[in-house]
Structures are given as C-alpha cells and as structure tokens.
Ligand binder design. Structure first.
Ligand SMILES: [Fe+2]
Length: 182
C-alpha cells in the first residue's frame, strides 16, 4: 500500500483494496464475457441483442474504472491485467459453443446475477469495516448491475426465470473456473 493523507486506517484501506481487487477481476472478466456475446450472438433478435449487450458492456467498462480508481485512491495497486484476471476472477468461464440469443441471454443473466450478488455483499462488508465511501461505490455499481440483469431477464417469462431454466442452460455448458473468493 502507498502512503496517503486519506484518513482511513492502513488496516481498513488494505482490506478494502483487496476486496475491490477481487471484484475488479470479476468486472474485467464480465466485460469480456459480455463482449463475447455481443460479437457472436445470432438469430432473429440479432440486432436488438447485439446492441443491448454492447450497452451492458459499456456499463461494465465504467464499473471497472470505478473499482480500479477507488483502489488507487486508497493507496492500493489496481490489478487489472488479463494475466492476473484469468487467475483471480471468481466468475464461471463463458461458454464458447453457444449461438442463439436465448443461449447468450441465459449465459449472461447467470454471470451478471453472480456478479450482482458479490457486489451486493461487498456493500455490507465494506460498510462494516468503516469504509462508507467504498460501500457507496459498490452501491452505485449494484444499482446499475441490478438494472442490467433486469434488461437481460425481461426476455424470459416468469416460469423460465423462476424454475431455473435460465440457470440450468448456462450451468451445463460452463464449468466453474474456480471457487468463489468473495
Ligand atoms: Fe461492437
């Protein structure tokens, strides 16, 4: 950690920066997964989904910047290279063998929901450590991610989301890369 006149204690800054780096790796991974969908989706809904996925990717890109710059504001080092992210992301690997819009919506809604849950738990965690500012950064991201999840899930009827049809499809085609580190 670098020295800073920021009045948060070194202990809080160190813990918070580590958690921010975990979610930064997830966010960078998520951004590449959304782009993968943006480029490769096919079918009758192509243009709508191609554009929707690009909007989500832009949001994630902004969230990556928010996370990384909060780390450096705390005196930490933002770890954002592909090499680091490929080791430390807690998200499932994106399936490379899917094609139509429904499959991409299923895969993306699963990974966005996973990311949303981890961001939400970081809100309380950092608030509990006494860093309300980082908690607010996570809250901002949480609000955006929840909205993007809604935009993706709105393509399914309640039965598909509620009965786990969405989850099963993507879960069967993508093995977990590693256990979640939260
Ligand atoms: Fe594009």
């Amino acid at each position: 950690m670098y020295e800073t006149k920021n009045d948060l204690s070194l202990d809080i800054r160190t813990r918070t920066a580590a958690l921010l780096n975990q979610r930064l790796a997830d966010a960078i991974d998520l951004g590449t997964q959304v782009k993968q969908a943006h480029w490769n989706v096919k079918g009758a809904s192509f243009i709508a989904l191609h554009e929707l996925f690009d909007q989500v990717a832009e949001h994630v890109e902004d969230q990556v910047d928010l996370l990384a710059e909060r780390i450096t504001a705390l005196g930490g080092v933002a770890l954002g290279t592909v090499e680091v992210v490929s080791r430390s992301s807690s998200l499932r690997a994106y399936p490379l063998d899917i094609r139509d819009g429904t499959q991409h919506l299923q895969a993306l809604s699963n990974v966005v929901a996973d990311f949303a849950a981890k961001i939400r738990s970081a809100i309380d965690e950092t608030a509990g450590w006494g860093d309300a500012t980082t908690s607010d950064v996570f809250t901002q991201i949480s609000r955006e991610v929840d909205k993007d999840l809604w935009l993706l899930e709105a393509h399914f009827d309640a039965r598909q989301v509620g009965q786990g049809v969405v989850g099963e499809a993507a879960g069967s085609s993508a093995a977990p890369r590693r256990a979640a580190t939260s």
